[in-house]
Design a binder for this molecule. Structure first.
Ligand code: GDP
Ligand code: IMO
Ligand code: MG
Length: 422
């Protein structure tokens, strides 16, 4: 398999975990390149549900190397819990999971700052996952972050932590929040460090050796294109480059070693947290929620739902260099008589065929819709393109044509087997 980046083409939760799991079959290495445990990637295997936050979604395949790259921000205590949870479920993680020594770590003061800043913003909050992701990336950029390599050196970690906690507790107090207790954090993180030590490696060297050995690498994106710190609906974004470019900086693998980019998108649109969602439709949300669908994998929050937005996905195709598309959750639309697709925006007399950079303006844009006939039958058992109802095929062809990339995969249910290769 060519070295492949998997990227979310909307606002996250597109079904990347499921697609990664399916494609891992033909890959040797799976590497996460951005985000932290704000991500929640769901994989179903034989009816059993796994939600992965930091560990790559390839872990459920035996004998595949799974790497947490340098671009990820790692909560060591969360990672230990995730590893232990996987072990309990009988998933092998020892010898096939590797953690970059240069990944930055998330500390309790990051989480406390995240929560307090959100609380102080009131109705202007971002709606973060409160996992401390923003403050951890801010420290990385400010060159005051602690890395896995620091965590592995007890004396260095203690002294850096002492210094960082002093400053951050001052900040927390100034913001009206409780300081974090140094001794407790030191104890908790030192224990996690001991458990994580066997997983830590120089992942840049390891990935380049894999490349030299002719192994194929799958780059697992987290979040989605419009949550990207540069290309998303700022400030309603996460704090990393979630787009395809992040695959290089977040792993140390250069652009000329990447052969293809696969964009994952739902057959409709969802978003968790605040910020514009031009095609938002309460009735569609009610329908999906009544089916028990579209609740956040990390926070359990109901996701906001809307119609498929071709303006958004077309821009995602452009920014990421997506050549192939995986469309998921097509079965979510099974019962609808009419399905809408946004083909442009209108703001007063101005028309847009791209996502305007001004987030406030985007929030005021009215979608221009095209309408499609629904197929109104269950499609969860379809395994080949020709098993799909003609109206479902017409819908898929239309939405992928609008985005300008080729349809490669259609997902008609959460399980591995509910996948159609086009
Ligand atoms: P990710 O963050 O991109 O990996 O996506 P999430 O796992 O957060 O959310 C996607 C949700 O859709 C999960 O609950 C998946 O199990 C589910 N899912 C993925 N593909 C399909 C599909 O084709 N049909 C259905 N019904 N569920 C799907
Ligand atoms: P996966 O990888 C959906 C959203 C949050 C919030 C914003 C900023 O599962 O697709 P953060 O905690 O990152 O500072 O929150 O980004 N967000 C996600 N939404 N899927 C995700 O990850 C997300 N990770 C962050 O809801 O709006
Ligand atoms: Mg998710």
């Amino acid at each position: 398999m060519p070295n492949t980046v998997i990227v979310g083409a909307q606002w996250g939760d597109e079904g990347k975990g499921k697609i990664i799991d399916v494609l891992t079959e033909d890959a040797d290495v799976v590497v996460r390149y951005a985000g932290g445990n704000n991500a929640g990637h769901t994989v179903f295997v034989n009816g059993q549900k796994f939600v992965l936050h930091l560990v790559p979604s390839g872990i459920l395949h035996k004998r595949k190397l799974c790497v947490i790259g340098n671009g990820v921000v790692v909560d060591p205590v969360g990672l230990v819990e995730e590893i232990q949870g996987l072990r309990k479920l009988g998933v092998r993680v020892d010898g096939n999971l590797v953690l970059s020594e240069t990944a930055h770590i998330v500390l309790p003061y990051h989480r406390a700052l995240d929560a307090q800043r959100e609380a102080l913003k009131g109705k202007n909050k971002i709606g973060t996952t409160r996992r401390g992701i923003g403050p951890a990336y801010a420290d990385k950029a400010a060159r005051v972050g602690l890395r896995v390599i620091d965590l592995m050196d007890a004396a260095r970690f203690e002294s850096k932590l002492r210094e960082r906690i002093r400053e951050n507790n001052g900040l927390l107090r100034a913001l009206g929040a409780k300081p974090v207790p140094f001794k407790h954090v030191l104890g908790q993180y030192s224990a996690a460090a001991a458990l994580l030590k066997p997983f830590v490696a120089n992942t840049v060297q390891l990935l380049h050796k894999a490349l030299r050995d002719g192994k194929s690498i799958l780059f697992e994106g987290a979040q989605g294109t419009f949550l990207d710190i540069d290309h998303g609906t700022y400030p309603y974004v996460t704090s990393s480059n979630t787009t395809a470019g992040g695959a290089c900086t977040g792993t140390g693998v250069p652009p000329n070693c990447i052969d293809r980019v696969v964009g994952v998108m739902k057959a409709y649109t969802t978003r968790v947290g605040e910020g514009p969602l031009p095609t938002e439709d309460a009735a569609l949300g009610d329908l999906l929620h009544s089916l028990g669908r579209e609740f956040g994998s990390t926070t359990g929050r109901p996701r906001r739902c809307g119609w498929f937005d071709a303006v958004v996905t077309r821009q995602a195709v452009m920014i990421n260099g997506i050549t192939e598309l995986a469309v998921t959750n097509l079965d979510g639309l099974d019962t609808l008589p009419v399905i809408k697709v946004c083909i442009g925006y209108r703001h007063g007399k101005t028309k847009f065929d791209h996502v305007p950079s001004d987030t406030a303006l985007l929030a005021q844009c009215e979608p221009v819709y095209a309408e499609f006939d629904g197929w109104q039958e269950p499609i969860g058992n379809a395994r080949r393109w020709k098993d799909l109802p003609a109206k479902a095929r017409a819908y898929l062809t239309a939405i992928t044509d609008l985005t300008g990339a080729k349809l490669k995969i259609v997902s008609v249910g959460p399980d591995r087997r509910q996948t159609i290769f086009v």
